[in-house]
Design a protein around this ligand. Structure first.
Ligand code: NAD
Ligand code: UDX
Length: 462
């Protein structure tokens, strides 16, 4: 296919990576830009098959409707990566960038093997001039490396832009349709303008921020670090509240009403999870160390230290409140996803809490409205001494049957209206509810005669 770049107008997008970012982002672009052909490719054939089916592989409110509207018209999901690269005038790289598990920087640096593989494949297959867009979250100065690979392995020309994604899971469609901002970093104003024109089809021009490439790469890491820092800050204060009879809701309300602080991201809980915060802060820490900024690295590392502490502290507190041992005790875990409205369990605090409880000999019964039994097994099987130590059930009520305690680990809306009165009758006498998300009906729990502990609150039962 011959591409027309005289006007630097994007007509044919390919996105490599059909995951939590590539799938939703491209679906919304296709939906909002009917004149652009969008193809999402992935080496995972099962994932692509799911995107082409009635059961798309990601649970995101509203996403199935958007996909259905555009799929087969100007939105396509395919495993034919080379053909799709060939026909594209703009290629998004939306592949995973996990923390390295071996080699230099293991445990901290981002593993760029998938990005490098993408760049090499683009260099092999691209025709004419192509805009290559970094959609994945990447270390500062990755664009330099991508340019080198492209220049070395292709006779064609490229522009490399950084266009990091700020969507949060559970609100991805809303975030994409009405973003706080779109960030485009680049060198060539024509390429920046071409990508801006795509977003400008539904995003107000003043919300499209353009910067140099390095600022864009850096700003994404910085945004995640600042957000995670707020969660660790409020969680640190939750422990302080528990020790002093202050109330975290009241404290957060006061903090949030200061317009300089703002009310969002001040919900104390079990700690942050998800595929991004920890990995991106670790990456930031690694980069700071690389540039000799030891104190800066140590500062950001504390955000993760506090997060780990919160998860462990609450799991240990459950054991302590249950008399110092949970061996043979039955524990209902309500919520397994790392936050509500997603089926994603990557870095879910529930995994860490379950690990502590399973290792202490508890029997764990899990209910999550969207996480599959297979996913839970993948996450927990290597942590339990015997597979029969944990199981999944289909309702909160079933999970609590005969349980010594229930722990709420995800703030699913349905947990607000659990019928504690009838559930309490099925639980052991003297049973506890640990609300590690501060999201249940505390009056109803107390009225049902259950002992209650809530994160960031004093006056806990027993
Ligand atoms: P994901 O693991 O859900 O999806 C990545 C996909 O890329 C996988 O399906 C994988 O098979 C595919 N892939 C990897 N290498 C490939 C290759 N060479 N060719 C074809 N396909 C390939 O990851 P994700 O959650 O979508 O994250 C992608 C990037 O976006 C990461 O850098 C992440 O940090 C960033 N990000 C994620 C979120 C989020 O909420 N998940 C938000 C903002 C940014
Ligand atoms: C995050 C960023 O918000 C998003 O901009 C980026 O693109 C990807 O990483 P995500 O991880 O999907 O998004 O969800 P987010 O809403 O940020 O929540 C992350 C974790 O922090 C969750 O475990 C959540 O429960 C926790 N959290 C968040 C709190 O415990 N309290 C809060 O007040 C906010």
């Amino acid at each position: 296919m011959v591409k027309n770049f005289n006007l630097m107008k994007i007509k044919n997008i390919t996105c490599i990576g059909a995951g939590y970012v590539g799938g939703p982002t491209m679906s919304v672009i296709a939906d909002r830009c009917p004149d652009i052909r969008v193809t999402v490719v992935d080496m995972n054939a099962d994932r692509i098959a799911a995107w082409n089916s009635d059961h798309i592989p990601i649970f995101e409110p509203g996403l199935d409707v958007v996909v259905k509207r555009a799929r087969g018209k100007n939105l396509f999901f395919s495993t034919d990566i080379d053909a799709s690269i060939k026909s594209a005038d703009c290629i998004f790289m939306s592949v995973n960038t996990p923390t390295k598990t071996e080699g230099e920087g293991a445990g901290r640096a981002a593993d760029l093997k998938y990005i490098i593989a993408c760049a090499e494949q683009i260099a092999r297959s691209a025709q004419n001039h192509t805009i290559v867009v970094e959609k994945s979250t990447l270390p500062v100065r990755t664009a330099e490396k991508i340019k080198e690979i492209l220049a070395k392995n292709s006779k064609h020309t490229f522009d490399v832009l950084s266009n990091p994604e700020f969507l949060a899971e559970g609100t991805a469609v809303k975030d994409l349709e009405n973003p706080d901002r779109v960030l485009i970093g680049g060198e060539n104003p024509e390429a920046i303008a071409a990508l801006s024109d795509v977003y400008a089809q539904w995003v107000a021009k003043e919300k499209i921020i353009t910067t140099n490439v390095w600022s864009a790469e850096m700003a994404k890491l910085a945004a995640n670090a600042m957000l995670a820092q707020r969660v660790s800050s409020i969680n640190s204060l939750s422990a302080f509240c528990e020790a002093t009879e202050a109330d975290i809701d009241e404290v957060a309300k006061v903090l949030g009403s200061d317009s300089r602080i703002g009310p969002k991201f001040l919900k104390a809980g079990i700690g942050f999870g998800g595929s991004c915060f920890q990995k991106d802060i670790l990456n930031l820490v690694y980069l700071c160390e690389h540039y000799g900024l030891t104190e800066v690295a140590a500062y950001w590392e504390q955000v993760i230290v506090m997060n780990e502490w919160q998860k462990k502290r609450i799991a240990q507190l459950v054991i302590k409140k249950l008399g110092g041992s949970v061996k043979g005790k039955k524990i209902a875990v309500l919520g397994f996803a790392f936050k509500k409205d997603t089926n994603d369990t990557r870095e879910a605090p529930a995994i860490s809490v379950c690990e502590t409880l399973l290792k202490a000999g508890a029997e764990v019964v899990i209910f999550d409205p969207k996480v599959s039994e297979n996913q839970v097994a993948d996450d927990l099987l290597h942590l339990s001494s015997q597979p029969s130590q944990f199981k999944c059930v289909n309702s909160a009520s079933e999970a609590c049957l005969g349980a010594d305690t229930a722990i709420v680990l995800t703030e699913w809306d349905q947990f607000k209206s659990i019928e504690w009165l009838s559930i309490a009758l099925k639980m052991s006498s003297g049973a506890w509810v640990f609300d590690a998300r501060n999201c249940t009906n505390h009056t109803a729990i107390r009225a049902a005669g259950l002992n209650l502990w809530v994160v960031g609150k004093s006056n806990q039962s027993a």
